[in-house]
Design a binder for this molecule. Structure first.
Ligand code: 4F9
Length: 249
């Protein structure tokens, strides 16, 4: 998947281009990131990239001409790579990113992701140049780079071939709308606390049912809202009822 990034700090993205699942996806050509820095489109001696807000008040905005210069080149880059990308702006005013949203974004014919800095960007640029605003949560950060990396990491895992058999996405509970079950690894006992016997049994069907029951139970306890929008099948209903009975006991 082709992703163009407009950012004043492209070097931040080494966190995903040089490490882990996303780093390997880039190496294998399954994920392609290209960067355009508004500072490269500054024409003044100080290479200015911010500007004062009309109406006064604290803080600055991204300078319009340098931002739009980078955006125009990113569009040209997408076109020459044969893509017709959606242009995404990361902001607290956007649609909340969740697993379904990541899955949807992974199907697009490329993305251009705009990472804002300062107090953000001119509203006329949002209206003219941005297709969709997306948020990773209700908090204000120092810029859009970390949210952009969170979004790219989440959608990259949905790109066919990115996750190998050793990765977990197929088991990822969020992938099926539940919280994840507890996980255990060596040693068998930590401070007197043993690994649940079922996980040592070698009985894969019992283990599958235990893990599903734990996911359902955890979701019921910690995120009941996720269950409201979900129809449980017969097995899931039975396992959750068992969990609730055991929890009440
Ligand atoms: C997306 C973007 C942001 C953000 C961008 N710049 C400051 N905060 C916060 C949450 N989700």
């Amino acid at each position: 998947m082709w992703i163009g990034v407009v950012s004043l700090f492209p070097e931040m993205f080494e966190a995903i281009t040089r490490h882990g699942v996303t780093g390997r996806a880039v190496e294998r050509g399954l994920l392609e990131l290209a960067f355009w820095n508004p500072r490269d489109y500054a024409t003044d001696r100080h290479r200015t990239v911010d500007d004062r807000p009309y109406g006064g008040g604290p803080g600055m905005l991204m300078k319009v001409d340098t931002l739009r210069g980078a955006l125009a080149e990113a569009r040209a880059g997408a076109e020459s790579a044969g893509h017709r990308p959606s242009v995404i702006y990361l902001s607290p005013q956007g649609r909340r990113l969740d697993q379904a949203g990541a899955r949807e974004l992974a199907t697009r014919d490329g993305l251009i992701v705009v990472a804002g800095r300062y107090e953000g960007i001119d509203e006329r640029v949002v209206e003219a140049d941005i297709d969709e605003e997306w948020s990773i949560g209700d908090y204000v950060l120092s810029g859009g780079e970390l949210p952009a990396m969170v979004m790219i990491d989440a959608l990259a895992r949905e790109v066919p071939g990115v996750l190998g058999h050793s990765d977990s996405a197929s088991e990822d509970s969020f992938a099926d709308g539940l919280l994840d079950c507890p996980h255990y690894t060596r040693p068998e006992v930590i401070d007197g606390h043993r690994v649940p016997d079922v996980l040592l049994s070698g009985n894969h069907e019992l283990i599958r049912r235990w893990r599903l029951k734990q996911s359902l139970g955890r979701t019921w306890l910690r995120r009941p809202d996720m269950l409201e929008s979900r129809t449980l099948d017969r097995e899931q209903r039975k396992l959750l009822d068992e969990f609730i009975d055991e929890h009440a006991a």
